[in-house]
Design a binder for this molecule. Structure first.
Ligand code: A3P
Length: 309
């Protein structure tokens, strides 16, 4: 992709501003997806990656951008300047995203890039194009504890003018529990990839682990990608992917998206980047109800989530 094409990404969103709205959700195999995604679902399903492509899958707000930055730096040997060549969604396209023209879809961006590409998705396991598994693409899944994930999504839905209106927090908790948000149920999402992780050789990571010890988790990703970087380069990647640095980096903080689409005055994309912010949001009654429901929805798996106390 040329520099001009990369620059034109923000301009294309600007040009489409008048058709940007809080898009309705349409269910695809039981998963509510933005109408532009749902209407193009067949072409998304038909996408065939290259075996060398790297796939990053998450439920929205679980640490996708963080992981995309880490992976881009790992595959480019920690070259900070190279990893500032374009904003995150251009460097690492969002597989299923479709928006009003002239905004390029994820598929359009991907066709203009040579493999190996770093491809992002929020699709639950059962909606991933089968080509990813047929071609044995390396897949990194990042899961974040349900409560922090929901808080982060709540603020994102406030500032992202393409997502349905979140409404008040109390009602949002119920929508989350019922799987009514874009990309569906958090519970099904984290379970879907968990049960398939061994068969599909998926590296299943946790946001809380990366936060606790970024170096250890970055080294795990490095080994999974069959890379071998020096200690010095790893240290640089740890530093470049700190919350503070990514918040200040215009190529990772989503300031590439015009403010009438991502209104960062409502809530910044790089909001807090913490574990346990949920404690500032749940009432004791909401907590009790949520925890009881969580037990039921998660009873069939034993995924070692933390920060649920
Ligand atoms: P908060 O809203 O809790 O701050 P995604 O990229 O999947 O949309 O996830 C966004 C969430 O990851 C936001 O969480 C954001 O602040 C957090 N995040 C992004 N980069 C981070 C980093 N380098 N360190 C910690 N958290 C980060």
């Amino acid at each position: 992709m040329s520099e001009q094409e990369e620059m034109s990404y923000s301009q294309s969103i600007q040009e489409a501003s008048s058709s940007i709205t809080r898009f309705p959700l349409i269910p695809i195999r039981g998963v509510p997806l933005m109408n532009h995604i749902a209407n193009n679902f067949d072409s998304i399903q038909a996408f065939s990656p290259d075996p060398s492509d790297i796939f990053i899958a998450t439920y929205p707000k679980a640490g996708t951008t963080w992981t995309q930055e880490i992976v881009d730096l790992l595959v480019h040997n920690g070259d900070a300047e190279l990893c500032k060549r374009a904003p995150t969604p251009v460097r690492s396209p969002f597989l299923e995203i479709f928006s009003p023209p002239p905004i390029p879809s994820g598929l359009e961006l991907l066709t203009k890039m040579d493999p190996p590409r770093i491809i992002k998705t929020h699709l639950p396991f059962h909606l991933v194009p089968p080509g990813f598994w047929e071609n044995k693409c390396k897949t990194i899944y990042v899961a974040r504890n349900a409560k922090d994930n929901m808080v982060s999504y709540f603020y994102f839905d406030k500032m992202n003018m393409t997502q349905p209106e979140p409404g008040p927090w109390g009602g949002y908790v119920h929508k989350f529990m019922r799987g009514e948000l874009s990309w569906g149920s958090w519970y099904d999402h984290v379970k879907g990839y968990w049960v398939e992780r061994e068969k599909r050789n998926i590296l299943y990571l946790f946001f809380e682990d990366i936060k606790e010890n970024p170096r250890r988790e970055i080294e795990r990703i490095m080994r999974y990608l069959d890379l071998s970087l020096s200690d010095e380069v790893i240290s640089r990647i740890v530093e470049l992917t700190s919350f503070k640095n990514m918040k200040e980096n215009p190529m990772s903080n989503y300031t590439c998206i015009p403010s009438n689409v991502f209104d960062q005055s409502v809530s910044p994309f790089m909001r807090k980047g913490e574990v346990g912010d949920w404690k500032n949001h749940f009432t004791p009654e909401q907590l009790k109800m949520f925890d009881e429901d969580y037990e039921k929805q998660m009873k069939d798996v034993d995924i070692p989530f933390r920060s649920l106390i």
